[in-house]
Design a protein around this ligand. Structure first.
Ligand SMILES: [Zn+2]
Length: 261
C-alpha cells in the first residue's frame, strides 16, 4: 500500500536536513519492510538496514520508489564535454535483480610471489559509511573502509608473509584496491553506475545513480505540494492540517479549483 499523505509529510519532516545516507535509512524505516523486498525479517518484523549490504539497501530503495511513484525513473544528466542535457527513462525492473542480492561474508585469496593471502571479508554497509563520513581525506576514508571489511587474515606459503601495512600501520594501497575490486564483484549494486553517451558530441561518460536521491526528490516534491495546499485551504476555510489531509487528493484539488475559479 502506498504511503498516505500524512505519512508522506511526516517522512519528509524526519528526512530533511539529514545526510544522504542517514536519509536513505530513514526513508526505508518509513516504508514497511515487506514492501521494500527485505527478504527474511527479524522476529519483530523490523529490518536493520544499517547492517545490510549497500546493494540490498539500493534494491530496497528502488522497490520503495516503485511502490509509491511507479516503475519508471525519469533521469537527467549533463554531458561533461558539451554541457548538453540528456533526458532518459529507466525501469526499476531493469536495475533490480529478480531476487534481492545476497552479500554474505566471503573469502578472497590474493597471490604474492611468496605465497597466498587469504582475506575473510564482509560486505560494505551503511553503518560503515556513517562511521567514516567525517573523514575529510578520501584516500584515508577508503583505507579505513577496507580495514573495516576485513574480518580475518591468513597467510599460506613457504616464505614469511610480506608486509601488509605501511605508514601508521594502515593497510597498503594495493590491498585496499583489491578489497574494493572484490567488493564490487560480490555486491555489484552497491554502486549503480550508468554508462552514458552524448548524442550531440559523441562523448561517452559514466555517472552514478542514487536510488535514495530519486526517492527523496519525489517525496520532497509531494510534501511541498501538500504543504502549499494545506496553507491555501487553511487560510481560506480555517480548517486544521489534519482535516485537510483527511480530505484526500481529489477533494483537496477540487476545493483548490473552487478558490481560483
Ligand atoms: Zn556532449
Amino acid at each position: 500500500m502506498p504511503l498516505v499523505d500524512a505519512e508522506m509529510l511526516a517522512l519528509w519532516e524526519r528526512c530533511r536536513r539529514r545526510s544522504s545516507m542517514e536519509r536513505a535509512l530513514l526513508l526505508l524505516d518509513g516504508v514497511r519492510s515487506d514492501r521494500a523486498g527485505a527478504g527474511e525479517l527479524r522476529p519483530t518484523g523490523k529490518v536493520e538496514w544499517a547492517d545490510r549490504s549497500l546493494g540490498q539497501l539500493n534494491v530496497a530503495l528502488l522497490r520503495a520508489y516503485e511502490q509509491d511513484f511507479g516503475p519508471q525513473l525519469h533521469c537527467q544528466a549533463r554531458c561533461p564535454s558539451c554541457r548538453q542535457e540528456l533526458e532518459f527513462e529507466l525501469q526499476v525492473a531493469e536495475l533490480c535483480p529478480p531476487s534481492p542480492p545476497v552479500a554474505a561474508p566471503w573469502s578472497e585469496r590474493i597471490r604474492f610471489s611468496a605465497g597466498e593471502l587469504e582475506l575473510s571479508l564482509r560486505p560494505l554497509t551503511p553503518r560503515d559509511l556513517l562511521a567514516t563520513a567525517q573523514v575529510a581525506d578520501p584516500q584515508l576514508a577508503s583505507i579505513l573502509l577496507a580495514e573495516r571489511l576485513i574480518t580475518a587474515l591468513a597467510w599460506h606459503g613457504p616464505e614469511p608473509a610480506p608486509e601488509l601495512t605501511g605508514e601508521r600501520g594502515r593497510l597498503l594501497p594495493d590491498l585496499v584496491e583489491q578489497v574494493a575490486a572484490a567488493l564490487a564483484r560480490v555486491d555489484p549494486l552497491a554502486e549503480i553506475a550508468l554508462q552514458l553517451h552524448c548524442t550531440d558530441c559523441d562523448q561517452p561518460w559514466q555517472t552514478l545513480l542514487s536510488p535514495a536521491d530519486f526517492l527523496w526528490q519525489e517525496i520532497a516534491t509531494r510534501a511541498r505540494r501538500l504543504l502549499q495546499q494545506i496553507h491555501t485551504l487553511a487560510s481560506a476555510y480555517g480548517w486544521s492540517e489534519a482535516d485537510i489531509l483527511s480530505l484526500g487528493e481529489a477533494r483537496r484539488q477540487s476545493y483548490m479549483e473552487c478558490l481560483t475559479s
